[in-house]
Design a protein around this ligand. Structure first.
Ligand SMILES: C[S@@+](CC[C@H](N)C(=O)[O-])C[C@H]1O[C@@H](n2cnc3c(N)ncnc32)[C@H](O)[C@@H]1O
Length: 194
């Protein structure tokens, strides 16, 4: 099996107790309420050899909820593949939504190179306003963060290490309140406190 297939097999099960439970969640709560354009994009992305890179639809649904709860207008995203999370954001924020500037963003979503997550975090602590939200994707890295290193599939090891380091730094950061939600591949929601 090539690396992309191995990665797909590992990530497609979600983080719940079984793949069936994840399908239940998707089929009862996520897909029926997914906007048609997003469904089309998800279907098109599914045929891409690197389809697994797209943000999971259940994580996208929570992002939309957060955007609405804080009435986000100024948003930023780092890391775009076929744009599932970006389209979800664009379809959710009001028509006068736009990019912001220092201390001006309401919301940020980060799903790019894991090695730089902490650098992005430092920048975002200046760009996102106090009370704003930053969401990081893949913070449970297919569940590997809880596996002993020697039992972790080789394909996950480097990402596991980066994720462990990032999660530790984030958990100790007094600038943010955090909640790590076990949706998709794990998404950490941070609220800037000061
Ligand atoms: C997991 S995918 C993002 C998926 C995205 N949330 C979506 O649903 O389309 C990660 C993306 O980050 C991009 N990326 C990697 N390093 C980056 C960097 N330094 N700056 C910006 N984007 C980067 C990759 O090219 C890839 O498209």
């Amino acid at each position: 099996m090539d690396n992309e297939k191995k990665r797909s097999a590992i990530f497609s099960k979600g983080l719940l107790q079984s793949g069936e439970l994840y399908q239940y969640l998707l089929e009862t709560n996520v897909y029926p309420r997914e906007p048609e354009l997003l469904k089309e994009l998800r279907d098109m992305t599914a045929t891409h050899p690197r389809a697994i890179m797209a943000t999971a639809p259940d994580a996208g649904q929570l992002i939309a909820m957060l955007l609405k709860l804080i009435n986000a207008k100024r948003t930023i995203e780092v890391g775009v593949f076929t744009g599932y999370s970006l389209l979800r954001t664009a379809l959710t924020i009001p028509e006068d939504g736009k990019p912001g500037n220092e201390n001006g963003f309401d919301f940020a979503f980060i799903d790019a190179d894991k090695i730089n997550y902490w650098k992005y975090h430092e920048r975002l602590m200046k760009l996102v306003k106090v009370g704003g939200i930053v969401v990081y994707d893949n913070t449970l890295w297919a569940g590997s963060v809880a596996m002993p290193e020697e039992c972790t599939p080789e394909i996950l090891r480097e990402g596991r290490q980066r994720t462990l380091e990032f999660n530790k730094l984030l958990a100790a950061d007094p600038r943010v309140e955090i909640s790590l939600a076990p949706l998709g591949d794990g998404i950490t929601i941070c609220r800037r406190m000061h």
